[in-house]
Design a protein around this ligand. Structure first.
Ligand SMILES: Nc1ncnc2c1ncn2[C@@H]1O[C@H](COP(=O)(O)OP(=O)(O)OP(=O)(O)O)[C@@H](O)[C@H]1O
Ligand SMILES: [Mg+2]
Length: 610
């Protein structure tokens, strides 16, 4: 860098040497390297244009420096500057011709590329250059397309929607327009999937010179992707069908067993009564037990389907788990050691206490089954703040949770079945229903939580339940005190139920309990009866009924008779009372099917509370 010896300050504080070096740094090689890089993202010709301008500027500046030096009468500097200038001019001439050559090489390269359509547009969108790739992809020869507008490549719909103009606008405004997958039209009218990049080209002072456009035909890739997605959808459909097959098969099988018990018992009762033998109590008992098993099966299915009616309240998991310790120890037997570890300062959570207990018991029973030869069971509670990354890795929504972990030192789960254990009816046990973990899963999901299982074959298993932390005001509810005498004190109950058999049974049961009963098969009739019987103190209504549902009925009934007590009953949750499977806090609801005892308590409680 001989030019560095010139140190006369340049107008904007930059030395001549600096400017000359700037110019030299834009050597032909440099430009070629830039242009090569620009093949992937264009912007090419500006740089080679700039290099010419800088080179010329450098020569002019050298000349200017030379003049200044002479004016200062520095003879020796003059001579050496002259020499330098000569040398520089010769270099420049060589550089210029090298650059021209490299530009030509570059153009040839671009023209020869066949995988990409590379072409330029003028500021209005008319095609000004066209390479071999463009001809191959779009079907036009250069002769056919040069001078025509690029909107030709768009579909008629896109043209009608003004897309080409918007694309140019975007590129002009933002410097670039990119579309990963879009549809373009070939000369023969056929369509293809294209990935395009459109770059704005400007001169050094920022004036729009036109656009460089690169288009790739990605039809094959898009079609492969679509085929892959179809295959995936088909697979998941097949898996779904398999799961439904399992589910229906399992339900049918279990229900058949229960129905066999019930029907068998009822048949025998009929026969005995027919011959005057009234010793039917054990048979009645068997039938009731069979039916109760059916009811509990539907509860578990509803739990899995996340359609059960939850009655969440603010809970202290430490208290809940502590309260279960006797039950847990009894369930486990003597060969299994138990440890319950509760974290101090545990956050509160908001969930259905009864369901949570059931979930924990399911886990404990599984742990017991896994530890046939004894072992150790640990139930732990802890606060768990799930961070973004951890959550993403483990499929848990980031946030604050209360974790309840049940760990055993049992047989563990084989890696190839660990993904299936939450499936309904998946069981490896002779007498298992395979519904335990699916209940846990459904309940936890319905409560806004997560459940994770970690298992090592031969060592043991941990199941972790995460339930969302409760942030609201402290409102831990006491369990309502059991009501001693669930019998009637002469009150009148209005029973509304569209299913005749259920209504009949309910009316009989309430009459047995000593209530006076009026009954209606729908909401309209119920409102009439309410007028006719001002002594009605409780409306006991089904929730899901045609025309007027239970909630609408109750709303209307309450405007007519403000002090009226209301108790709902339902087997479903899709209704107006129950929002997202969660009861409105002050609504009373009795699950179907219910026992006489449950009915007696619920009716009494509904009448007695304000
Ligand atoms: N703690 C555990 N250790 C080892 N295997 C387990 C554990 N928990 C669950 N499993 C496996 O997951 C399966 C499904 O469990 P799930 O509780 O859903 O049904 P089940 O226990 O087989 O039947 P049920 O709950 O009606 O007794 C089990 O059969 C067992 O193979
Ligand atoms: Mg189980």
């Amino acid at each position: 860098m001989i030019l560095a010896s010139f140190s006369t300050p340049a107008p904007r504080g930059k030395s001549f040497a600096g400017l000359a070096i700037m110019a030299l740094s834009l050597s032909p090689e440099g430009v070629l390297a830039q242009d090569r890089a620009a093949l992937e993202g264009p912007g090419l010709s500006i740089i080679s244009g700039l290099s010419i301008i800088y080179a010329v500027a450098a020569v002019l500046l050298v000349l200017l420096g030379f003049g200044l030096a002479r004016a200062l009468g520095k003879g020796r500097a003059l001579t050496s500057a002259k020499n330098l200038l000569n040398a520089e001019t010769a270099d420049r001439v060589a550089a210029e011709s090298g650059k021209r050559e490299s530009d030509e090489n570059f153009l040839r390269l671009v023209e020869g590329v066949t995988d990409y359509a590379i072409y330029m547009l003028d500021p209005k969108g008319y095609v000004t250059t066209w390479n071999a790739g463009a001809e191959r992809i779009k079907g036009y020869t250069a002769g056919e397309i040069l001078g025509r507008h690029f909107s030709l490549f768009y579909t008629a719909e896109d043209r009608a929607a003004g897309v080409p103009a918007k694309v140019l606008e975007t590129a002009a405004r933002e410097g670039r327009y990119v579309s990963e997958v879009t549809t373009r039209v070939r000369k023969d009218g056929s369509r293809f999937h294209a990935s395009i990049v459109l770059d704005r080209l400007t001169d050094p002072s920022g004036n729009l010179m036109g656009y460089a456009k690169i288009t790739r035909d990605v039809t094959e890739r898009v079609e492969q992707q679509a085929a892959l997605e179809d295959a995936r959808a088909a697979l998941s459909q097949a898996q779904k069908m398999e799961a439904i097959g399992h589910l229906t098969g399992g339900i049918a099988h279990d229900f058949n067993n229960m129905l066999a018990v019930i029907i068998g018992a009822l048949n025998m009762i009929q026969r005995r009564i027919g011959r005057g033998d009234y010793n039917v109590e054990p048979l009645v008992q068997a039938a009731v037990e069979g039916a109760m098993r059916g009811a509990s099966l539907t509860q578990r299915l509803l739990a899995f389907a996340r359609k059960q009616v939850l009655e969440p309240r603010v809970l202290d998991a430490n208290k809940l788990v502590g309260g279960m310790s006797d039950l847990i120890r009894r369930a486990l037997g003597e060969t299994i050691q138990t440890e319950i570890v509760t974290e101090g300062g545990l956050w509160r959570l908001f969930a259905d206490a009864h369901q949570l207990e059931t979930a924990i018991i399911n886990l404990v029973v599984n742990a017991r089954d896994a530890m046939g030869d004894g072992g150790k069971l640990t139930v732990e509670t802890s606060n768990a703040a799930i961070a973004d990354t951890y959550g993403r890795q483990h499929g848990i929504e980031p946030g604050q949770y209360v974790a309840i972990c049940v760990t055993d030192t049992g047989a563990g789960i084989a890696p190839d079945v660990v993904d299936k254990v939450f499936d309904p009816f998946f069981t490896t046990k002779k007498t298992g229903t395979g519904l335990g973990l699916s209940m846990v899963y459904g309940f936890v999901k319905q409560s806004g939580g997560h459940v994770k299982i970690y298992s090592e074959q031969g060592h043991g298993t941990t199941v972790k339940i995460y339930l969302p932390r409760y942030f609201g005001p402290k409102e831990e509810q006491k369990d309502a005190a059991p009501i001693a005498a669930p019998n009637a004190k002469g009150e009148t109950v209005l029973v509304v139920e569209d299913e005749a058999a259920v209504r009949k049974l309910t009316v009989q049961s309430l009459a047995d309990l000593g209530y006076k009963v009026v009954e209606a098969e729908n909401g309209e009739r119920a409102l009439e009866l309410l007028e006719a019987h001002p002594e009605v103190s409780l409306l006991f209504t089904d929730v899901v009924m045609p025309h007027m549902n239970g909630h609408q009925l109750a709303t209307e009934a309450l405007t007519r008779k403000p002090g009226l007590k209301v108790l709902y009953t339902t087997g479903y949750t899709r209704n107006a009372v129950v929002h997202n499977g969660v009861l409105d806090p002050d609504v009373k609801l009795l699950h179907k099917p219910f026992t006489l005892d449950a009915l007696a308590h619920a009716i009494r409680r509904a009448i007695d509370t304000n």
